[in-house]
Design a protein around this ligand. Sequence first.
Ligand code: NAP
Length: 274
Amino acid sequence: MTDQIAFIGAGNMAGALIGGLIADGTPPERLIATDPSVEKCQALGAATGIRTLQDNREAAAVADTLVLAVKPQILRQVAREIAEQIQDRRPLVISIAAGVRCDSLQSWLGGDVPLVRTMPNTPAMIQAGATVLYASPWVSEAQRGQAESLMRAVGVTQWVDDETLMDAVTALSGSGPAYHFLIMEAMENAARELGLSAETAHLLTLQTAFGAARMALESSESPESLRARVTSPGGTTERAVRALEEGGIRDLFRTALEAARERSVELSVDMGKA
Ligand SMILES: NC(=O)c1ccc[n+]([C@@H]2O[C@H](COP(=O)([O-])OP(=O)(O)OC[C@H]3O[C@@H](n4cnc5c(N)ncnc54)[C@H](OP(=O)(O)O)[C@@H]3O)[C@@H](O)[C@H]2O)c1
């Protein structure tokens, strides 16, 4: 029997990962998902051909890799429920729950478990996510590779070797899509005030954001250098960029990321309380 990958919780993120893995060539027979909702299980099973179960313990008892994909608030209850099977079988456990630290999860699972904590973001839903991974000490090199290739099914991956950096990651890529949506919203509104139709303002804003992100990703140049190249002295871009700089855009982002990191620390502490 080939290695089994089980997802505990068959919601949005698990669905995205399962879809990405199947699209990447993982046979559906290798995948299992659990969820309390019979309807959700039936729909997922019918759409993907994977096996679905209502019983988390049954899935944990056969999994070689177990992905914890429930909401952070119920992770403690779920982890305690499957701790015995995890201790017996010792699969690689991958948590995608935001803000739950490895020491909390280890204690709920009974300790010494090969555990990788990850922080994906919402664009994972369309296979354009950015996921950061952190491996606890019991994770082997081979298991690191397994965790990384699993998360790569929904986008790019990066590792951190200090778990406290997960709070900075949460502030950057975790919350980051919302910062970009806010910028799009502000640009769209400003364009309408300049007289463009709502439809034109919307399309031009989105395509400009997409084009800029794609150029930055595909170029070997830094965003700073790309910006300098489209900012001619005395031109329109220069005047707009000056207005943004004088308005304090850099300090605003610094303050925003620090605030998000601080909140992430607070939430992790709350989540770990017994
Ligand atoms: N969505 C994102 O962009 C994002 C980004 C970063 C991290 N994450 C993390 O990913 C995890 C999942 O998020 P999500 O957005 O996919 O949430 P979601 O759609 O609510 O998925 C969670 C699933 O778990 C199921 N569930 C509830 N109780 C369960 C139990 N006891 N046993 C097994 N399954 C159970 C839920 O079923 P019911 O709906 O029937 O209760 C739901 O289908 C969270 O921990 C979140 O922090 C998500």
